[in-house]
Design a protein around this ligand. Structure first.
Ligand code: PEP
Ligand code: MN
Length: 337
């Protein structure tokens, strides 16, 4: 349910409503817009009749949200959310490119890549320290050492950092280095992890489960939002289908669909979405054209030697080409890179 306050509702009237929500045992999610304050009420299965709050001074109307996701829904908030990260905004006119290796492998690998992607125009450095691998025998990431190297790359280049967090008990150590916490496809429905990042004060990039629907993705986002963290970016990274030429099927229509259902910014991962280096640039161009707010791209100094995801990683030159090609598409739809 959403309580829409009148344009000139006083602070006293707003706090009276907030207090009553708390007294009734609900959680209030106030949003101060340009003109109005709106307050979301989330209950645990219990409801209050809308008329109850309509009688409060300063209240314009009370609206029920019909979708199963509430705080993530467009009904709750019409304008696209702008997620601010160290002077960068995701969800605005500028399309933000996050790039770097699948895994942090060594000091020289991450530093070299950080400089190369920065030079080409990326704003955020990606790199996995804790790696969720299908096989327990595959490289599992450098873990804490990987975080230290990411920190060094951040100090040296000024790039913001995105890296994956796999367990609730790691949120704090990963959060000390990361500017964005990445939740991987395999953990989209790890509710303990979603609650942990929901209680932590850092933006979250939530990847769509490889076998999940868009509605399930939005419900997973709802776990983070309802725990108080509103800085969520949704990421389409491909889903499982019968197609075998690609690693996953990149569901590009998820972008306009999510833009119609939700106010949260949307990112496309063309690397996992295709699994093939020669498809990453075409998929990135399509992602920009269809309205993505950000891209997450794997780049490696020497993809043949990568310890994970080499087949889908771009060389530095290929990444430069990607940046050049998506710029003209962004201009054509009145956006910037
Ligand atoms: C990654 O970004 O390297 C990764 C593991 O992604 P996903 O969770 O989408 O497989
Ligand atoms: Mn990867």
């Amino acid at each position: 349910m959403i309580i829409v306050m009148r344009d000139r509702a006083s602070l006293k009237e707003i706090s009276k409503v907030l207090k009553e929500i708390k007294n009734l045992g609900f959680r209030a999610h106030p949003i101060k817009g340009g003109e109005k304050t709106i307050i979301g009420i989330i209950g645990n299965g219990r409801t209050v009749p809308p008329e109850y709050f309509e009688a409060f001074p300063g209240v314009e109307k009370v609206v029920r949200i019909l979708k199963p996701f509430k705080l993530a829904s467009k009904e709750f908030k019409k304008e696209k959310s702008l997620i601010k990260i160290n002077g960068i905004s995701i969800g605005g006119k500028e399309i933000i490119v996050m790039a770097g290796p699948c895994s942090v492998e060594s000091r020289s690998q991450i530093l070299e890549t950080a400089h190369a992607v920065k030079e080409a125009g990326a704003k955020i450095l990606r790199g996995g320290a804790f790696k969720p691998r299908t096989s327990p025998y595959s490289f599992q990431g450098l873990k804490e050492k990987g975080l230290e190297l990411l920190y060094e790359a951040k100090q040296e280049t000024g790039l913001a950092i995105i890296t994956e967090v796999m367990a609730p008990e790691h949120v704090k150590i990963v959060g000390e280095v990361a500017d964005i916490l990445q939740i991987g496809t395999r953990n989209m429905q790890n509710y303990a992890l979603l609650e942990a990042v929901g209680k932590y004060d850092k933006p979250v990039l939530l990847k769509r489960g490889m076998m999940s629907t868009v509605e399930e993705l939005l419900m997973a986002a709802e776990y983070i939002l309802s725990n108080g963290n509103y800085r969520v970016i949704l990421c389409e990274r491909g889903i499982r289908t019968f197609e075998k030429y690609t690693r996953n099927t990149l569901d590009l229509t998820a972008v306009p669909l999510i833009n119609q259902l939700s106010h949260l910014p949307v990112c496309i991962d063309p690397s996992h979405g295709t699994g093939k280096r020669n498809l990453v640039i075409p998929a990135s161009k399509a992602a920009v054209a269809i309205g993505a707010d950000a891209l997450l791209v794997e780049v490696h100094p020497c993809p043949e030697k990568a310890l994970s995801d080499g087949a889908q990683s771009l060389t530095f030159n290929e990444f430069k080409k990607l940046m050049d090609e998506i710029k003209s598409i962004a201009r054509a739809i009145n956006r910037e890179i």
